[in-house]
Design a protein. Structure first.
Length: 965
């Protein structure tokens, strides 16, 4: 039954496959902390509760000293003073506000170390005595442009900054208590510390038995409190004293020594009149984020970001997963804003939706919800970027201007990937490869999990099972197919294993709190971890990938980085102790969420160095942070082959896509519409290669994979758009239609790039149809039958028998395809194109095609073809989109190499009735004569509209041409 169910999942597709993990078991909850079990999270929630109970009389103890405010060349500086209490000195918090891009504000709050000896660290501690301030050096790229137009003025109790193009944004900085209102169009859209939850746990000398709730109590002391609130606070303090310590903390038998004591940072960000917030992947929950403080239908715990190996994670949960992107959008009708919390320590985010405090003039009419968020990190700086929109695409464009654009992948890597833990031998790999060909199932990459190596010693081969890896790779190369092998960051601790010996002797591994090489347990048993924060370690690691060093690899071998959270089987919460030390004596606590990125990045750089001239690396990662999109793909980790996991994969991938990391997939049936498309299976599961499904499933799966290959030109164009602007490939309804509130919570359907393709997979067992929401004012056609559906802000029911994927096309688009089935993407390189024109009401349509060699970096020198197709007034034209490098030799040669790649077919959906009976169209090509080509017209069937075909217009894809109908 489960067997059949997995296949039907495939069939109902978007979605594929013969994935994964066997009988439903689930995550071990007790292995992972709740907020209550995490001292700093609990303290900051208690602080928020205290502020709430105190109500309007709460006075936040943070004030910006107006005398310190200075500004110039796109930055403003000042000092925030924290009053601790009467008999202790104030704490100075340097404030820096930068305007790195027009319309973008970055607020950094550090802690001054004025006097030496201010911070007495625990005796013997090795860690660095300052706050971690290097997140941006990993997460951000390049030199920001800077906002030249920025201007400021201090008037009385506030400093007002005007910024952005035409000074259309305003930041009103209130001095006491410190807060910032961000204004656009005379309305406040983002409020920083509006609720007064800013909390900066300043460093202090270690005092035994000090009370953790000191701040809440003492800072609020001057404020009147009612008796009940006092009672509650007292009770909480007692509990705190019993259970919590600032100086060490135990969980699950592990003790975290905290050499720097309490050092958390927290802040509230309110979005007035915004009801929906999105982002902060990865979590397995709804796209529109839920409330987290016990409201009905919401969660009790905050969303957590602490990269962890959460095997068979639970659905509909704020629990942490493998990666963290602390980017959040708030969306209301026709307006989006966003924030990026640049901190790599363990982070929790509370979300509360509250009725706006009643405005006496509005008489309760049109009362809206405000979304209030509370960001809490264990250590590091407050470093917050505010994006003012007004459209979601502005936010993602600006966010990726700061953190880097997604990589443009090699074409092969957007084909289908066949994976299993494990293909057991080189003969097994060749056998699967032959069978895929025999069954005419396209695929590009076959994967090897950990078992290929000699006893999990990475960079070696098991010589019994894989005696001839090069022969295996040659075999794959005949069909231009590739091999991916896994390399994890844990290195088996074993004498005689050269990699281990070098790692240790060259001092390149992560250290424990005593500054000795850290030893933990992972796949190989006792292991050490490469410290990729260390430039010397990266340099050494880089050299391990040369063909000479990693014997048995050829140029068609690519990489998979798993377990890079890092996963440590015997560590706290299955990861590293927080008091471990990295390069520069930073604690693991400070850098944890960046760890996966540093390893992924090092592998990318290693592949880049491996080939000359360099090819675009392909590296799949499980753990990620902001910036990981620059170096590869991610997947959502170890899920189960179940319908709920399938349904959850869509909001999860949509969240990745809007967070600047679109090259994302899920193994719950790798989906034919997921940007990263892989079928994977666990070691204990039966073989699930698609040809094993049997009739009719094998045929149906084959059709689904072929559909993906047919649409590869559209996918690759969408990848190029993502690479250029950061725009998502899978796009949620609210992103595409930000004016349509009814679609803001939709998460089970999505658009593919700018193509107008709308996929709505079957997500429930046994369903024979799906309900698709269609916004009003747009017409859609079924991809297969051309049946029209007119959008009216309601759902329509689309039939979805097993062999049909619910897929619609929005009118007005032109979709590029390649219709000839082949074994791999490489073999399709010179194939001709089909253009699918979906005519809108006024007989218009537009579309784009981006093509390059699909593997090298020559596109950066202009070696590409980028066309815009337009249908208007009965004429289809192909025009070049700007190509600054077009004059260069490499660019000219590329276009020349493509001269025989033509459009072999133009299909027009919703073809006018007056073409009935057929006619001729006239084709004009650059420098060529006018030609007549036959046009055939077809009456629609199955409820579909009429359509027409121009057969073989033979226009080259890289040049100017027109077809007059
Ligand atoms: C990888 O990390 C190094 C070191 O921080 C950095 O110089 C490089 O730009 C990163 N690579 C990419 C592609 O982001």
């Amino acid at each position: 039954m489960a067997w059949f169910r997995r296949y039907s999942t495939w069939l109902s597709l978007v979605v594929a496959v013969f994935a994964l993990f066997g009988p439903a078991s689930s995550v071990k909850h007790e292995n992972f902390k709740t907020c209550d079990q995490s001292g700093f999270c609990r303290r900051n929630r208690a602080y928020a509760d205290h502020v709430d109970t105190t109500g309007n009389s709460w006075a936040s103890p943070y004030a910006l000293d107006p005398k310190t405010v200075k500004a110039g060349s796109g930055r403003l500086t000042g000092t925030i003073l924290k009053t601790v209490n009467q008999d202790k000195p104030v704490v100075e918090l340097p404030l820096l506000i930068q305007f790195p891009e027009p319309g973008v504000a970055r607020i950094t709050i550090d802690e001054a170390r004025r006097q030496k000896g201010d911070i007495e660290l625990r005796h013997g501690s090795q860690c660095r005595k300052e706050r971690y301030n290097e997140v941006s050096s990993w997460a951000m790229v390049g030199q920001p442009k800077g906002d030249e137009e920025m201007q400021y003025e201090t008037r009385g109790k506030e400093t007002v900054v005007l910024y952005g193009t035409g000074k259309k944004y305003k930041a009103i900085i209130k001095h006491e208590p410190f807060s910032i209102d961000f204004v656009r169009d005379e309305q406040v859209h983002v409020k920083i510390n509006g609720k007064g939850l800013l909390n900066y746990e300043h460093w202090r000398p270690k005092v035994e038995r000090e009370k953790p709730a000191e701040e809440g109590k003492q800072e609020g002391e001057e404020v009147k409190q009612d008796e009940q609130a006092k009672e509650d606070l007292k009770k909480r303090e007692e509990e705190d004293e019993n259970k919590w310590s600032w100086w060490d903390e135990s969980f699950g038998g592990n003790t975290d020594t905290k050499p720097k004591g309490p050092e958390s940072v927290a802040l509230d960000v309110t979005f007035p009149e915004y009801e929906h917030v999105y982002g902060i992947p990865g979590h397995a929950g709804p796209l529109s984020l839920k409330e987290t403080r016990g409201a009905s239908g919401g969660y009790n715990d905050p969303y957590r970001l602490y990269n962890t190996d959460v095997f068979e994670y639970e659905m509909d949960s704020p629990m942490t997963l493998y990666g963290a992107i602390p980017l959040m959008y708030a969306q209301r009708k026709n307006s989006a804003v966003g924030i990026f919390w640049m901190n790599a320590a363990e982070t929790w985010i509370d979300i509360v939706k509250e009725k706006q405090s009643s405005n006496p003039l509005s008489l309760g009419i049109g009362s809206k919800l405000n979304t209030r968020t509370h960001w809490i990190s264990e250590s590091g700086l407050i470093d917050l970027v505010v994006f003012m929109g007004p459209e979601p695409k502005d936010i993602i464009q600006q966010y990726t201007a700061l953190t880097g654009k997604p990589q443009l992948p090699q074409t092969f890597s957007i084909g289908y990937h066949q994976c299993r833990w494990n293909y057991v031998s080189d003969e097994d790999v060749k056998d699967v490869d032959k069978k895929m060909s025999r069954y005419s199932i396209p695929y590009d990459v076959i994967w090897l999990d950990i078992e290929y190596s000699d006893s999990k010693k990475y960079f070696t081969w098991d010589s019994h099972s894989f005696p001839d890896p090069i022969g295996m790779e040659k075999h794959l190369d005949v069909s231009q197919r590739k091999l991916v092998v896994i390399i994890d960051p844990h290195i088996k601790n074993e004498g005689g294993y050269a990699v281990s010996e070098q790692l240790k002797s060259q001092n390149l591994a992560v250290k424990n709190k005593d500054n000795d090489i850290y030893d933990g347990w992972c796949w190989p048993g006792s292991s050490n971890w490469i410290d990729c924060f260390n430039p010397a370690a990266r340099k050494w690691y880089n050299a391990l990938y040369t063909y000479k060093s990693f014997t048995g690899t050829s140029p068609n071998v690519f990489l998979w980085n798993d377990m890079n959270e890092p996963s440590v089987f015997n560590g706290p919460e299955t990861t590293m102790p927080k008091d471990n030390l990295h390069h520069g004596n930073w604690e693991h606590r400070d850098v944890h969420n960046l760890n996966g990125l540093t390893f992924h990045n090092a592998t990318y750089e290693a592949l880049l160095a491996r080939d000359s001239p360099p090819k675009r690396p392909f590296v799949l990662t499980r753990s990620y942070y902001s910036g990981s999109q620059r170096v590869g793909a991610m997947w959502t980790g170890d899920n189960q082959a179940s319908w709920p996991h399938l349904a959850a994969s869509i909001p999860m991938l949509l969240s990745m896509n809007i967070a600047g990391f679109p090259f994302a997939g899920a193994d719950v049936g790798a989906g034919a519409f997921y940007p990263f498309f892989r079928g994977h299976a666990h070691i204990d599961s039966r073989r699930r290669e698609p040809y094993l499904a049997g009739s009719p499933y094998t045929q149906i799966i084959t059709q689904a994979i072929r559909l993906r290959y047919q649409l590869l030109p559209a996918f690759y164009t969408a990848f190029h758009t993502a690479h250029t602007y950061g725009y998502p490939i899978m796009r949620p309804n609210w992103y595409v239609h930000p004016d349509d509130e009814a679609g803001f919570a939709l998460e089970n359907q999505f658009y593919l790039g700018d193509t107008g393709l709308l996929a709505a997979p079957v997500l429930t067992e046994g369903a024979e149809s799906v309900d698709v929401y269609l916004p009003s004012g747009y017409t859609y056609y079924d991809y297969f039958t051309y049946t029209p559906h007119v959008g009216s802000g309601k759902t329509v029911t689309i039939p979805a028998p097993l062999d049909k994927i619910p897929l619609l096309m929005q009118a007005g688009h032109i979709i590029p395809r390649k219709d000839r089935p082949r074994r791999s993407t490489g073999l399709m390189k010179w194939d001709p194109y089909t253009l699918l024109i979906v005519l809108g009401g006024e007989g218009k349509a537009v579309g784009e095609l981006y093509v390059d060699d699909g593997e090298s970096f020559d596109y950066q020198s202009g070696a590409y073809i980028h066309r815009r197709f337009e249908f208007e007034g009965g004429k289809l034209t192909s025009k070049a989109l700007a190509n600054p490098g077009a004059g260069r030799k490499v660019a000219r040669e590329y276009v020349k190499s493509m001269k025989d790649v033509v459009v072999e077919r133009v299909v027009i959906v919703n073809a006018p009735k007056n073409w009935e009976g057929g006619k001729h169209v006239s084709v004009t090509e650059e420098g060529g004569k006018e030609r007549k080509v036959e046009l055939q017209w077809f009456e629609g069937n199955d409820g579909g509209v009429a359509w027409a075909v121009v057969k073989n217009p033979r226009v080259a894809v890289g040049v100017e041409w027109g077809i007059q109908f």
